[in-house]
Design a protein around this ligand. Structure first.
Ligand code: WT7
Length: 650
């Protein structure tokens, strides 16, 4: 990408917060001024929302950049902050987790029960020889034990590394090896799409490939037959029999809390390391500020899996540190039917919902008559994370889920940032559909050109973070040099996030996707996100993925893969007509330079297991190449579907 990104799309709609929410918001507009006048004092104040065993001497030590130390000298226990202190404050009977299994079985876990389970698990891990600083792998379905296992590790100072339950033997084995882990916590299986799906065989094979693992702790969830080795112990025969008394010991603020692996585009997975005091300060504060959580009355639900950073920060650490009551759901959104999410919102009277654009677009494709069948009047704040949300998907979310009442917070962050960095505040910001708006109080963000100069309003370029932040990654596990090279070398003094972004005429921020995905068409840098959003703004389109394919005349040409909405006839001539109309629609919305050379109508798009579109594979199709690595695909049959569909469609 040279110089700046083209700025083609312009959005005029804007939605101010509802008056009552604004009047009672946890965080009001003055937070921005307060943070701007003394950033470190602002973060120190947020750290005081937590309970510290020993106060810190220094808020930030940035004497050896990019290696930050926050709340130096301070000591705290994360599990104490997420569990014990709520029980001590008299909230033991309060529900921490309303758990809903995919088959419809349920469990209610109060804060007092959570304390018991976490203490028991901490005692068991200690009995198994796990001590502070050891690494423990967690490979579990979305069951309460996943949160318990993470908190038990945190309680004894062990560093957890959660691996998403859909990942392969290979992925698990390399992570065990890289983290040099001693124990794996897993289950016989979990429920996916109406069936038990085994986890234990994957663990058996992965453990067999390394000599690192000494013990495997197995939760019985599905009752499936499992092979047994001398390393295995049942959770119900150990943890559930252990003493429920465990005294949490405080750890230094910079004590390692977890390693979470991100795949990235090339090379071996990066083990992103997060530590204790700064991480909890920012996850806790942002959860309080961005979702306006009122722990007494709200029911919060984040639909992410615990295997992603969203599950770490906004299912476990943020919400529990704030004493929230939350819903945790084990399964898929279409089991037993496509109304499952709305049925859960209705049943538990969910008031804050946090989900991903991929799900919102899937719901659009399924049609608005599905959410319309449910009572969603409990909802008061909606959140989005993971990808840019197209303006039309945002509007759909607000209209058909939020029923035109709720603010939407489009939250930009990364595994590396640990917590939300850019987002509207629901009681303050007049949000524009598709924009993450502004940096949160205490966060420094800019968009710069390839010379490192800040672009003016109306310009586009690279998103960078200009100041260290409390929940920043501390390094890549075992590879400080790669940490420096990946994030801190492209622009002197800035953290380079890898995303393109623009500032609109009011200075609001628009995320434009990964810079690797930017297209160069006749000398113009065009973001795939903008063309996708233009396509989704057509009423016949539910979802679109755009790539740049090599073109003899324009360098790259725009090729779009488009999923029509459920009720649209797209076969034969009607399909040809639609394609013509869509090409013109994009040209009209963004200008002729963005008119796709080719549009293909497809039934599905290739996505990673965390729901991001894999444009790399679509580029292979667009350039008639054989497909690259498909191992991280959520559904490996999708590419066959796309390729065969294209052949028959001429
Ligand atoms: C990348 C980070 C953050 C937790 C889940 C993903 C993209 C994330 C947004 C958003 C536009 C977004 C970026 C970022 N992304 N949120 N609101 N708007 N893009 O974590 O797997 O580490 O991915 O997700 O490209 O760099 P992750």
């Amino acid at each position: 990408m040279s110089e700046t990104l083209e700025n083609l799309y312009s959005e005029k709609r804007q939605f101010p917060p509802p008056a009552d929410l604004a009047a009672n918001a946890n965080v009001k507009a003055d937070a921005y001024e307060e943070a701007a006048s003394d950033r470190l004092a602002f973060w120190a104040k947020q750290a005081e929302r937590l309970s510290w065993a020993k106060p810190w001497d220094e808020v930030l030590d940035w004497s050896n950049p990019p290696f930050a130390k926050w709340f130096v000298g301070g000591e705290l226990n994360i599990a104490y902050n997420c569990v014990d202190r709520h029980v001590e404050a008299g909230h033991g009977d309060k529900v921490a987790i309303h758990w809903e299994g995919e088959p419809g079985d349920t469990r209610t876990v109060t804060y007092a029960e959570l304390l018991k389970l976490v203490s028991q698990a901490a005692n068991t891990l200690t009995d198994l020889g796990v001590t502070a600083g050891d690494r423990v792998m967690i490979y579990l379905p979305m069951i309460p034990e996943a949160a318990v296992a993470m908190l038990a590790c945190a309680r004894i100072g062990a560093t957890h590394s959660v691996v998403f339950g859909g990942f392969s033997v290979e992925a698990l084995a390399t992570r065990i090896d890289d983290a040099d882990a001693k124990v794996v916590i897993t289950a016989d299986g979990g429920y996916r799409r109406g069936k038990p799906s085994a986890l234990k065989p994957t663990v058996d094979e992965a453990v067999g490939r390394t000599d690192k693992i000494q013990h495997v702790l197995v939760v019985r969830r599905t009752g499936q037959e499992v092979a047994w080795t001398e390393k295995d112990k049942w959770w119900h025969e150990t943890v559930e029999q252990a003493s429920p008394v465990h005294e949490a010991q405080a750890f230094e603020s910079e004590h390692p809390l977890f390693i979470l692996y991100t795949s990235g585009t090339t090379g071996k997975p990066k083990g992103i390391l997060h530590t204790t005091g700064g991480y909890l300060t920012q996850t806790s504060y942002t959860h309080h500020a961005v979702f306006d959580l009122k722990p007494e009355t709200d029911v919060y639900w984040c639909t992410a899996d615990i295997g992603w950073v969203t599950g770490h920060s906004y299912i476990v650490y943020g919400p529990l540190s704030n004493g929230a009551t939350q819903v945790m759901y084990e399964g898929t959104p279409d089991t037993p039917d496509r109304g499952r999410f709305w049925q859960i919102v209705d049943k538990y009277k969910v008031s804050i919902l946090y989900t991903a654009p991929t799900l919102i677009r899937t719901m659009m494709k399924w049609g608005e008559d599905i959410p319309a069948k449910y009572d969603l009047s409990s909802l008061r704040v909606l959140g989005s994370v993971g990808e840019p949300i197209n303006p039309e998907a945002w509007i759909w979310y607000r209209e058909h889920v939020g029923r035109e009442r709720t603010p939407i917070v489009d939250t930009w962050w990364q595994t590396e940032t640990g917590s939300i960095m850019i987002s509207p505040l629901p009681g303050v910001t007049a949000a524009k559909p598709g924009s993450a708006m502004t940096a949160l109080p205490g966060i420094g963000v800019d968009v710069i050109d390839d010379q490192g100069q800040s672009v003016p309003n109306g310009g586009g370029g690279f998103l960078v973070l200009t100041e260290p932040w409390p929940s920043m990654l501390r390094t890549i596990w075992g590879d400080d040099q790669r940490f420096i090279d990946t994030y801190w070398s492209r622009f002197e003094g800035f953290y380079f996030a890898g995303d393109g972004a623009k500032k609109d005429e009011d200075g609001a921020l628009w995320l434009l996707g990964r810079v690797d995905d930017v297209m160069l068409v006749s000398g113009h840098n065009i973001s795939t996100t903008e063309v996708e959003s233009a396509l989704v703004s057509h009423p016949a389109v539910a979802e679109a993925a755009v790539v740049g394919a090599t073109d003899p005349t324009t360098g790259q040409a725009i090729v779009a893969f488009t999923i029509p909405r459920g009720n649209v006839d797209s076969s034969g001539d009607a399909g040809e007509e639609l394609i013509k109309e869509l090409r013109n629609h994009v040209a009209k919305t963004l200008g002729p330079i963005a008119k796709p050379r080719q549009i293909m109508l497809v039934a599905e798009l290739p996505k990673t297991r965390s729901g991001k579109i894999m444009r790399r594979l679509l580029r292979d199709v667009a350039e008639n190449r054989s497909l690259g690595d498909v191992t991280t695909l959520q559904d490996s049959t999708v590419m066959d579907l796309i390729s065969s569909g294209l052949k028959t469609a001429k």
